[in-house]
Design a protein around this ligand. Structure first.
Ligand code: ADP
Length: 670
């Protein structure tokens, strides 16, 4: 076995490979760009070598720099992860020339599968079933169009050199063909430097089912069950599961054997994945073979109990396959959800930003988090916006799915937009639970999947208000503790007021609107609580404790724990039934002062002017009442923040005012 390996990658896959290497007693070398100097994968590695600026083209994609790093550190082998150099035949060849083991298949196998059309030719010879289509060398538009017409619309145009869903276009009728062909060719040329196309019959309701294969250098080859990756957006996977549900046993074997046949046809070695489209009638067709470890490999690990990276290392070191086909066992069910910095509502547009707050579910035997980031890290424009993979196991699909939903509520990120709510909607949706799987799933159920998280607004606002009120108490307490006379009544955080209830007005933004809440603090034998009143007239009694960012709340007898994170003025509250966001709208206090640092006093909320208590132009003392207004059936007194005088009132008794409106002009005493 190797003593030291280099991982030519970053992020979660680099960290994941290191976990296994360290468990096996293998030292690890990381490589990093300028953007990743303090990244998790660098911290985890035993050694790390800087290989250039942030853009991947100048760092992670530079074969010579990666090989030089291996030579400098004495690493005997390179694990390429996925993406970057993992399917680059030139890199594989360069490793061999430098006498470094490439932890992956032989160069020839990468080359054979590098072109989608060449791969189809090889597979046709090996009698692996193919999607009907044209994959020839003649690229004249007229011939491509004729091929489309012969097989019948709809068809799919695919970049021969493609990957990641780029250069792929559906064509539904002959009159669209020329336009779509030109677009696909342009996209392919700019992404892959080659505009060759293949034309395939477009299956309208297929499942994406792929087989994990492993071959060794002694002629052995087996398959390690299948994965269903049908839930996709823009032809890219979102949630994967193993095994594929509702797959007849005979079909499972047929697909497994076809996959091993495909691998043998190219003298494969190491970990590979053969992707198939499974049609509604049970026919399956070879789509492509990925000659590397897949992003979604953990679901296979969860159901087989095997470590696929360990297998890769053993096989690359020349060992035979650890198991025979008959010894492979599949136990239970596993899901992987890809957590992305992206906005599902904006057609899954990638997002960037700082992970201002990050809390992940606790890892157990049945919950696994593969990630390469920590709180405070940045999701930058330079790399893939995947933040993490959340993987769960259950005795059956239903249990695993329930665990996935719960773990998603425990995955808490603030600071940038993520797809977590979308994934939660997906995991809890009736059609996904009912195994209505095909590659059109997300598009078909878009409205259902994009709906905002459920939750009673007033219930959630009650929790938000409680948090703000307890936080104010905490701040007041802290300043009291610092003062010379902590027992001074001026620092009291209790609700005591002479002859009047202690009322506070809150204005919170929530779900895109401003909500006004009045809070009356009441003291009782077990501490204090707040009676909240909403504009609807509804009331809610809330109490609780705030410990760091953990809020233990009791609203009308319903107790729950939440974590509240603040980032850039936006609060995110995470509870067992999902997350919600809120912010304090200005102004946020009902005890508005005249002329504070913010200038003239403003209405704390929408309301009506009741009385003007000062005479225009006359001197008043600090704290003198100036104006009374009424909102939500309660009165608020606006007082002078210092000695001075009112030079104008902007409203008369009986008039309505909007929240935040300036009420009067106040001149403090010089
Ligand atoms: P890429 O390498 O760009 O990821 P693939 O060939 O792996 O492209 O295909 C990606 C996805 O595109 C598949 O999972 C499937 O959803 C869809 N797809 C590919 N070929 C077809 C086809 N002939 N009919 C219908 N959908 C297809």
């Amino acid at each position: 076995m190797f003593k030291k390996i280099l991982i030519a990658n970053r992020g979660e896959i680099a960290c994941r490979v290191m976990r296994t290497a360290h468990r096996l007693g293998i030292a690890t070398v990381a490589v990093y760009s300028d953007a990743d100097a303090n990244a998790l994968h660098v911290t985890m590695a035993d050694e790390a070598v800087h290989i250039g600026p942030a853009p991947a083209r100048e760092s992670y994609l530079c074969a010579d720099k990666v090989i030089a790093a291996a030579q400098r550190t004495g690493a005997e082998a390179i694990h390429p992860g996925y993406g970057f150099l993992s399917e680059n035949a030139d890199f594989c060849r360069a490793c061999a020339q430098a006498n470094i083991v490439f932890i992956g298949p032989p160069t020839a196998a990468i080359e054979a599968m590098g072109s989608k059309s060449a791969a189809k030719t090889i597979m046709a010879k090996a009698q692996v079933p193919l999607v009907p289509g044209y994959h020839g060398d003649d690229q004249s538009p007229a011939l491509l169009k004729q091929a489309a017409e012969d097989m019948g619309y709809p068809v799919l145009l695919k970049a021969v050199a493609g990957g990641g869903g780029k250069g792929m276009r559906q064509v539904w009728s002959a009159d669209q063909f020329d336009e779509e062909l030109a677009a696909a060719q342009r996209e392919s040329l700019s992404s892959f430097g080659n505009s060759d196309m293949l034309v395939e019959k477009y299956l309208t309701q297929p499942r994406h089912v792929e087989i994990q294969v492993f071959c060794d250098s002694h002629g052995g080859g087996i398959y390690l069950a299948e994965r269903d990756c049908s839930v996709q957006r823009r032809h890219q996977k979102v949630i994967e599961e193993a095994p594929a549900p509702n797959l007849p046993a005979s079909l499972r074997v047929a697909m497994g054997e076809a996959a091993v046949q495909a691998a043998s046809a190219i003298d494969y070695c190491g970990a590979g994945t053969v992707e198939f489209l499974l049609d509604t009638d049970g026919s399956f067709y070879f789509m492509e073979m990925n000659t590397r470890l897949q992003v979604e490999h953990p679901v296979t690990e969860m159901v087989t109990g095997l470590d696929l990276v360990e297998w890769q290392l053993r096989i690359a070191a020349g060992e035979p396959l650890p198991l025979q086909q008959a010894q492979v066992q599949v136990n239970g069910h596993a899901f992987e959800a890809r957590i992305y910095a992206e906005d599902p509502a904006q057609d899954f547009m990638p997002a960037t930003g700082l992970l201002g707050f990050l809390q992940t579910p606790v890892e157990t035997d049945v919950v696994r988090v593969d990630t390469g980031v920590r709180q405070g890290d940045e999701v930058s424009i330079y790399y893939d916006p995947m933040i993490a993979k959340l993987i769960v196991w259950g005795e059956n699909r239903q249990q695993a799915l329930q665990r996935l939903a719960l773990a998603l509520t425990q995955y808490r990120i603030a600071g940038l937009t993520t797809n977590i709510d979308f994934l939660y909607n997906l995991a809890t949706s009736a059609p996904f639970q009912a195994i209505e799987l095909d590659t059109g799933f997300i598009e078909r159920h878009q409205t259902l999947l994009l709906q905002p998280p459920a939750g009673d607004p007033e219930e959630q606002l009650g929790l938000a208000a409680l948090y703000i009120l307890l936080d104010r108490e905490r701040v007041a307490q802290a300043s009291a503790n610092q003062s010379a006379d902590p027992s001074s009544p001026w620092h009291s955080t209790g609700g005591w007021r002479m002859n009047e209830p202690h009322l506070q007005a809150l204005a919170l933004t929530y779900a895109g609107e401003t909500w006004l809440i009045s809070a009356e603090q009441v003291r009782n034998s077990s501490g204090s609580s707040y009676n909240l009143s909403f504009e609807s007239g509804n009331r809610l009694n809330v109490s609780g404790q705030l410990n760091g960012d953990e809020l233990s709340a009791n609203s009308d007898g319903f107790k729950q724990k939440l974590v509240v994170a603040e980032h850039d003025g936006l609060f995110s509250a995470y509870g067992s039934s999902g997350a919600f966001q809120f912010a304090t709208a200005l102004p946020d206090t009902g005890e508005a002062d005249a002329g504070g640092p913010g200038g003239n006093p403003r209405a704390p909320m929408n309301g009506r002017i009741v009385a003007l208590l000062a005479e225009v132009g006359s001197a008043v003392a600090a704290d003198a009442p100036l104006l009374v207004m009424e909102a939500m059936k309660m009165e608020y007194t606006i007082r002078a923040s210092s000695a001075g005088s009112v030079t104008a009132f902007y409203y008369q008794p009986g008039e309505l005012v909007d929240g935040a409106a300036e009420l009067l002009n106040f001149e403090p005493e010089a």
